[in-house]
Design a protein around this ligand. Structure first.
Ligand code: SAH
Length: 477
């Protein structure tokens, strides 16, 4: 929430230098500030718009809250701390937003770190838990957002009515996105406002003569679950799409990064129970794109590795729907890294095979001779249920029973668990551990390296350990 405090009256309790800085924030928002303190630090006199500041009392009494829109309390001397609670309670009783410096428990609102590109304002908050971290993030954003962003926003504001008249409502968002991604923005940032306006005029003329823009499908790999492992391109498209079509493997934190007002369609698949048949998903994508929507098909890992991405875009091609594909970190790559198991190694493995362990009528349809080789790492997707049969088959086709093997649950996530053993022992160990899907199995001598190279120790504390981000209930729309 951003409060509009223009010409409103606020109360600051405290007269220190810190209190002066808080008063400054209020003044910059256009407020009048009444101050309660026996005396004021000289900083108050130097504030911009100091004429809007008035010391109204030595000590707080509830009547001072009359007509106030916000209250900030700064208690620099510890003994007075209990007074802060009195003010906070009184303000809350009257439903006036109150902030007590360094006492998150007493606050009904917090003062975020801000990046000011007025009228654009970016606020960073840690909910009062870690102001230092919020301030560091703010420093990074400062460097990312050109100082002239405010001017770009002002230009948009000047053209708002003209665009409204020329561009149909359903195309306006796309129009402005095109503007902000076009050379217009760069022109404003480099001070060429006249050129920018000429360009914008041209874009408005163009949009009037062009047909309705067609929708598009983005087939995007979301990686193995940890949002840090998304690509920039995936993130950019996630924040533009009108509709998100996602399945079970896409973790909640990743969904949370999608455009907030995008429609979400869950087409999750569980083993042996395809929530929405593949053909229907294919046709749904065609339909959404033809309705003019930018449709994001979000998939776990990489769309082209056991992801049926090929089938989906084949249907798009047949229907002439434009699309783009964004690769993701496939489970094998992500999970192996986070488990500390290099998939190839000069001494142990010269090749790696990605195979599916999905059983069809209790058998595997696989070229075992090509797969079960001593000098090759085998990565098995979808293998949890078939694990005993898989290990048996690998031994039958030439691997020794003591070939190292690992199974990784929820790789790259806070709920990651790794169980290691060998082809003889792994099935029982996995069963004992009670692992939950999705899991990835890695077989080969490289698994031994984990003892030395394992680096990721997710903290299994409290809530986080109990929550399994990939489990269905959270995902159901
Ligand atoms: N396209 C995806 C794979 C889809 S098949 C990719 O490229 O990764 C689904 C299988 O991927 C799961 O059964 C599991 O074997 C594996 N998988 C996906 N994410 C995983 C994760 N975070 N941890 C372990 N295995 C995972």
């Amino acid at each position: 929430m951003f409060l509009d405090l223009r010409d409103r009256r606020c109360l600051v309790v405290g007269g220190s230098e810190t209190a002066a800085r808080k008063a400054e924030l209020l003044l910059r928002a256009g407020a009048y500030v009444d101050v309660v303190a026996p005396d004021l630090h000289e900083g108050f006199a130097r504030l911009p718009h100091a004429e809007r500041v008035k010391r109204v009392a030595d000590a707080f009494t509830p009547v001072l809250l009359d007509g106030k829109d916000a209250v900030i309390v700064v208690e620099d001397d510890a003994p007075a701390a209990s007074a802060a609670k009195v003010v906070a309670d009184a303000a809350r009783a009257r439903h006036i937003p109150v902030n007590v410096a360094d006492k998150p428990a007493l606050c009904s609102f917090i003062l975020p770190s801000i990046i000011d590109r007025s009228p654009i304002m970016v606020a960073v908050s840690s909910g009062g838990e870690s102001p230092v971290l919020a301030r560091m993030l703010r420093a990074r954003l400062e460097t990312l957002i050109p100082a002239a962003y405010g001017r770009l926003s002002a230009l948009a504001s000047r053209y708002k009515e003209r665009v409204r008249a020329a561009v149909k409502p359903e195309q306006r968002r796309a129009f402005w996105e095109k503007v902000f991604l076009s050379p217009v923005a760069e022109m404003v940032f480099s001070g060429r406002d006249v050129e920018a306006e000429a360009q914008l005029d041209a874009m408005i003329r163009d949009s009037a003569s062009h047909a309705v823009s067609r929708g598009e499908v983005y087939l995007v790999g979301a990686g193995p679950g940890n949002p840090d492992l998304l690509t920039f391109r995936a993130l950019r498209l996630m924040q533009q799409a009108d509709v998100i079509v996602y399945d079970r493997l896409v973790s909640q934190p990743i969904l949370d990064m999608c455009r907030r007002d995008a429609d979400r369609v869950y087409v999750g698949k569980e083993r042996d129970d395809h929530a929405v048949p593949q053909e229907e998903i294919n046709l749904m994508l065609v339909r959404l794109a033809k309705e003019g929507k930018r449709t994001l098909r979000l998939k776990g890992g990489d769309p082209f590795i056991f992801g049926r991405g090929g089938e989906e875009i084949e249907t798009l091609v047949e229907h002439g729907v434009p699309f783009q594909v964004v690769p993701g970190i496939t489970a094998a790559a992500g999970v192996a890294s986070y488990a500390g198991i290099p998939l190839t190694h000069r001494d142990y493995a010269q090749s790696v095979a990605f195979v599916t362990g999905h059983l069809k009528e209790n058998t595997f349809n696989m070229n075992w001779e090509g797969i079960a080789r001593r000098d090759q790492t085998i990565v098995i997707y979808m293998g949890l249920k078939g694990l005993p049969l898989l290990c048996e088959a690998l031994i039958k086709h030439g691997l020794t029973a003591d070939t190292p093997a690992a199974i990784v649950q929820h790789g790259t996530l806070p709920t990651q668990r790794v169980v290691t053993g060998d082809l003889a022992t792994l099935p029982a160990l996995a069963e004992q551990a009670g692992l939950k899907a999705p899991t990835l199995i890695i077989v080969g001598n490289v698994v031994k390296l984990r003892e030395k190279l394992g680096w990721y120790q997710p903290e299994q504390h409290g809530e986080q350990a109990r929550r399994t981000p990939l489990e269905a209930p959270d995902h159901l729309p």
